[in-house]
Design a protein around this ligand. Structure first.
Ligand code: ATP
Ligand code: MG
Length: 238
């Protein structure tokens, strides 16, 4: 059975394990195919501030793992904890972007993005925050539209805004850019790097794209090289 493979950013702070997965197993009992072993004894530790990409063939259990981390699915055996607390349900510390955007069809884009803030009782500077997120994902003009009036890629971008609305400590993303065109995808990857580096979030990104999986290490290396060049330039100008 194939298992999800992990690619980490090259220089993560190994401060403390924020996500701790040990011996995690999950079997679905189905009427059509009997027992489906979705995950078998998976171990994974993710430190606070780390950017981890998960790759693997279709059906190897990537989405199952992410749903369990988001508290949306149960596990049969093993240990799964966030910040030393066993995962028993959804947590405000976690924002999730899933393979399907799952926007509420009766709410506008803006109200879909606002939803986690309303649920969390947060109304402080909400409009400003929502505007910023919509702008960042190229949806600045589309806040009043309803999900059925958006393309698949636009819906996915609205889902990304919704996941970021509460400024979660942990961001779980299941092929979030799959429905986007190449240019928007690259822009969103760069934006995700910026969010990670600026706000030191812990990010787990599931992707089928190898280049996307190595992007965090590449982006980090590029920014370190830029820093070195700037430092050298500064020194030679002294
Ligand atoms: N609710 C469910 N009921 C029964 N089987 C399921 C259920 N969800 C997932 N599975 C099975 O568990 C296995 C892992 O599914 P999962 O969705 O985690 O794969 P994945 O790695 O995310 O695949 P993909 O790359 O295609 O998204 C598959 O064999 C799938 O058929
Ligand atoms: Mg999946």
């Amino acid at each position: 059975m194939a298992t999800p493979q992990v690619s980490r950013d090259g220089n993560a702070q190994r401060s403390r394990p924020l996500i701790d997965i040990q011996n995690l197993s999950k079997t679905y009992v189905t009427a059509s195919s009997g027992n489906v072993h979705a995950l078998n004894k998976v171990d994974l530790t993710i430190a606070e501030g780390e950017f981890v990409c998960v790759v693997g063939p279709s059906g190897c259990g990537k989405s199952t793992l992410l749903r369990m981390l988001a508290g949306l699915d149960t596990y049969d055996a093993g240990k799964l904890s966030l910040d030393d607390q066993a995962v028993t349900g959804p947590s405000g510390k976690v924002g999730g972007v899933f393979q399907a955007a799952n926007l509420l069809p009766w709410l506008s884009v803006r109200e879909n993005v606002r939803l986690p803030l309303r649920v969390g009782g947060r109304h402080d500077a909400a409009d400003q925050r929502i505007d910023g997120l919509l702008e960042m994902t190229g949806l600045g003009e589309l806040g009043a539209r309803y999900p059925y009036e958006l393309s698949g890629g636009m819906q996915q971008r609205a889902g990304i805004c919704r996941a970021l609305a509460r400024d979660p400590q942990i961001l779980l993303m299941d092929e979030p850019f799959g429905a986007l065109d190449a240019l928007t995808r690259e822009r969103m990857n760069i934006e995700l790097q910026r969010i990670w580096q600026t706000h030191r979030k812990t990010i787990m990104l599931i992707t089928h794209s190898i280049s996307e999986a190595i992007f965090p290490s590449y982006a980090k290396l590029a920014s370190e090289i830029r820093g070195l060049l700037n430092a050298q330039e500064g020194a030679s100008n002294d």
